[in-house]
Write a protein that binds this ligand. Sequence first.
Ligand SMILES: [Zn+2]
Length: 67
Amino acid sequence: MSSPKPTVVKCPQCKQEVVWNEQSPYRPFCSKKCQMIDFGEWADEEKAIAGAPDMSDSDGWTEDYNS
Ligand SMILES: [Zn+2]
């Protein structure tokens, strides 16, 4: 039995070979890390605006918890 030859691409970041199928959700990148590196190159200037004020302002309940 000969299985069909998988399509293999090279990760644009680290040049590692990535099999082009559903097992590689970050293709053409080999991993999420490499995808994020590439993402960061153009998303960098947007990060300044995107600084979401999430859980950093939770002092309110902390005082109540101490008493
Ligand atoms: Zn990579």
